[in-house]
Design a protein around this ligand. Structure first.
Ligand SMILES: [Zn+2]
Length: 87
C-alpha cells in the first residue's frame, strides 16, 4: 500500500495521495522529500522550520502546500485515527 504513495506520506497516515509529486518539502537539517499537495501539507505542518519548493513545472504548488499546512495540526493523522496512546 505504502509503495504507491509519495515519499512524504507518513507510515501511520493511511490517506492516499491527491495527485502526483509536485513539491519538495525540506526539514531544518536539509533533508528533502518529494510530495503530493496533500502529504506535502501534512508533512510541512509536522516539521520544525520546514521549507517547501515547487518541482519543475508546478510553480503554484508550494504556495498551495503552505496555505493548507497553516490550518493543519502537526501529525494530523494521529487525531483523525482516534489515536488512544500516550500523548
Ligand atoms: Zn502523497
Amino acid at each position: 500500500m505504502a509503495a504507491d504513495r509519495c515519499p512524504a506520506a507518513h507510515a501511520e497516515d493511511p490517506t492516499p495521495c491527491d495527485g502526483g509529486q509536485v513539491v519538495r518539502v525540506v526539514d531544518q537539517q536539509g533533508t528533502g522529500v518529494s510530495a503530493c499537495i496533500h502529504h506535502g501539507a501534512r508533512l510541512y505542518a509536522s516539521l520544525i522550520r520546514p521549507r517547501v519548493y515547487p518541482l519543475a513545472g508546478h510553480d503554484g504548488a508550494a504556495i498551495e502546500v503552505y496555505n493548507l499546512a497553516r490550518v493543519l495540526r502537526p501529525f494530523p493523522w494521529v487525531h483523525e485515527n482516534g489515536y488512544r496512546g500516550l500523548i
